[in-house]
Design a protein around this ligand. Structure first.
Ligand SMILES: [Zn+2]
Length: 382
């Protein structure tokens, strides 16, 4: 069976980030650094250029801008256009219906207003509220732990009324996904330590596990009550993650909690490399969904196909949703849409050939993953 052609289906990108204001004139080292999660100097300087993702991106962009497939030519070609022109050209080519944008990273003063991106791309944008920066602000502002809990509950009392369509947590790469219920004394001690650090350094990076876990339970209760989507970073990402603790199977305690069943749990980044584990959770828990992210993690095309196949192999396709996780660059939004449709079309073609789905149902599944499931899960239809 030949691949399904999904190019006509506009994508709802259920997890991405803002577009940088100032990424017009990048030299090769600055450009390369945008395509690796590694902190190592050699990785950023040299090794990134030998990844399959990077090589594929260069060749795809060379074809898009009609130039030679090397770094100098691609950077010169993109430099001939303004940032606005690049966003308009690439995002129109990507056929994007909507972008769900994590407001927590990059800092908002480094990115364009989402409304500008929406106007340039001809798409809708929806903000998502990242919990940890909100918690950090409230910890700095309030002298007692009980006050922080009350303030967090109040801040999350009606999330949709503030315009947000989802919450997001990065606990995976702060303290891990084994989110526990702590004794009050442990949470209080953890709060005192965070306050001391905030006072002494003027900044707080919330990484005190009893404190973060306890505040997350406040957020989960609100998310469940409002039937909100709650995105969890899982798997691949920031290198400060202990990848063992970013395994979504650690969420069992949260997922088993009856009081939280109203919360729509979205496992981000296909849980890479724990894609089968994420697919399993989406298969067995009514309220769990698996995000299939096609720009970040930075993967070879064959690995995108393998992850897509693994997800389809176990999870209902009504539980899978497309994203890019693109940060800062329209190039990432664009190549994700291109490769996501291509990988999905290839996997669905194979699935038809294997006899699991007929062609008509495979086409419905493609539209579900690229568009329809996210509209339903995030209530985007109105
Ligand atoms: Zn992200």
């Amino acid at each position: 069976m030949s691949p399904l052609d999904l190019s006509a289906i506009p994508v709802v990108d259920n997890h991405c980030h803002g577009m940088y204001r100032d990424a017009d004139h990048l030299d090769i080292p600055a450009w390369r650094r945008l395509f690796t999660e590694a902190y190592g100097a050699a990785a950023q300087r040299e090794h990134v250029a030998t990844t399959l993702f990077y090589q594929r991106l260069l060749r795809a962009l060379a074809a898009f801008w009609d130039c030679a497939p090397d770094e100098d030519a691609v950077l010169a070609a993109r430099g001939r256009y303004t940032g606005d022109e690049r966003i308009r050209a690439l995002l129109h080519a990507a056929n994007i219906a909507a972008l769900l944008v994590d407001q927590g990273y990059p800092p908002r003063d480094q990115v364009l207003p989402d409304s500008d991106v929406a106007a340039l791309a001809g798409c809708r944008t929806f903000p998502m509220l990242r919990l940890e920066p909100l918690m950090e602000r409230l910890i700095a502002e309030h002298p007692t732990f009980a006050d922080v809990e009350d303030a967090l509950r109040a801040a999350l009392a009606d999330v949709r009324a503030q315009g947000y369509v989802a919450l997001k947590s990065i606990a995976a790469y702060r303290t891990g996904l084994d989110i526990r219920v702590w004794d009050r004394a442990d949470a209080e001690a953890s709060f005192a330590e965070a306050r001391r650090i905030a006072r002494e350094t003027g900044a707080l990076r919330l990484a005190q596990k009893p404190l973060l876990d306890t505040l997350l339970h406040v957020a989960f209760a609100e998310a469940a009550r409002q039937e909100l989507p709650m995105q969890f970073h899982t798997g691949y990402g920031d290198t400060d993650a202990d990848m063992l603790l970013a395994n979504p199977l650690h969420l069992r305690g949260v997922l088993e909690q009856r009081a939280y069943r109203g919360m729509r749990v979205v496992l981000l980044h296909e849980c890479y490399p724990y894609t089968r584990q994420g697919g399993y959770l989406a298969a067995v828990y009514d309220h769990v969904y698996l995000d299939l992210s096609y720009a970040i993690p930075f993967l070879g095309y064959g690995e995108l196909v393998a992850c897509t196949r693994a997800a389809f192999g176990v999870a209902p396709y009504s539980k899978l949703m497309y994203s890019s996780d693109a940060v800062g660059l329209p190039e990432l939004l664009w190549i994700s849409a291109r490769d996501g449709r291509r990988a999905l079309g290839q996997v669905l073609g194979d699935i038809v050939e294997a006899g699991d789905l007929d062609v008509a149902t495979a086409e419905i599944a493609g539209a579900a993953v690229l568009h329809d499931n996210a509209v339903r899960v995030y209530d985007l239809s109105s």
